[in-house]
Design a protein around this ligand. Sequence first.
Ligand SMILES: Cc1ncc(COP(=O)(O)O)c(C=O)c1O
Length: 373
Amino acid sequence: MNIQLVDLEKEYKTIKKELNLMLDNLFKKCDFIFGEDLTLFEEEFAKYCKVKYALGVDSGTGALELALRAVGIKEGDKVIVPVFTFYATAASVCYLGAKPVFVDVEENTGNIDVNQIESVVKKNKNVKAIIPVHLFGQPVDMKSILNIAEKYNLIIIEDAAQAHGAKFKLSDGKWYRTGSVGICGCFSFYPAKNLGCYGDGGIITTNDKNIADKIKLMRDYGRTEKYEHQSIGYNKRLDTLQAVILRVKLKYLDERNKKRREIAKQYIKLLEGLPVKPLDIKNDVEPVYHMFVVKVGKRDKLREYLAKKGISTGIHYPIPLHLQKAFNFLGYKKGDFPVSEELSQEVLSLPMYPELKKYEIEYVCSAIKEFYR
Ligand SMILES: Cc1ncc(COP(=O)(O)O)c(C=O)c1O
């Protein structure tokens, strides 16, 4: 048997007809930049997240960078970032000449440890913002983030690159989608994401008109009219072609996220009693399992064994950000973030995509069982 970590071809087969009709339509209109489908997708995604504005951009990284610029982060500012996340969360802060200040994560979820944020904020001058990352599709404890942000006057920019459609409950008893509570929410449409396009793409969500207007300008050369440029902007647009694909896929996102939760349930049941510990899911959240991550001993040996059985796995992430060469200049050292360092040695992502069949999940779990026998 051959089981991929993520299988995009299987998803394509389910939407092929609908997608080809929509693409054909676009090719006839040749409406490739800022086309009608982009506007429609932005409206649909804003409605889905229950926010006023959604602005398509070139990637998740671009979304983070433009959001940080739009809220006014500048050289010398500091931004709180979890140390266990994808590189782009911290790199985007550096693009502005600002500094990421790392915080360790919870060992049972991999999300930022909200109990450590306050002491880090107190120790650092000029902390202006925080980027909670809804890692692997599980929302961060946003109640605590909102309280801390209010106390220290921090801007919240949610990194929802891995959490399209995930929900969390706040103190008012209401459920919110990721990306709808911070001043901005940043999403990636990298192909393997829960909502992915066929190339690079991203989107920024916000309820703030002023921020939305700034992003609109920045993503399109700072342009107000055809050859009139009000400010130094960028070329960070989302192509209409990608918007067409995303419009088709958005319709199925909730259904597909539900399937991911069902698959996770099956994994959790079948892995019970094995020396393999799935990351915990907290109360008051509805995760979307971008990845199904377990903590294991002898990780690399298990990974090799599974590969021999035709099962692809992933490691998210093998090096915490403070130990990445790119961030050497921040002055952190080994031992500074013990939980993330341990997780980087233990985490293993098992195959996860909505088309995964029960017999395939059983095959993965029995191969794991065999390994530990
Ligand atoms: C948590 C997180 N943030 C940001 C990004 C960057 O998104 P992109 O690859 O679309 O630039 C990713 C993508 O993998 C991500 O996982």
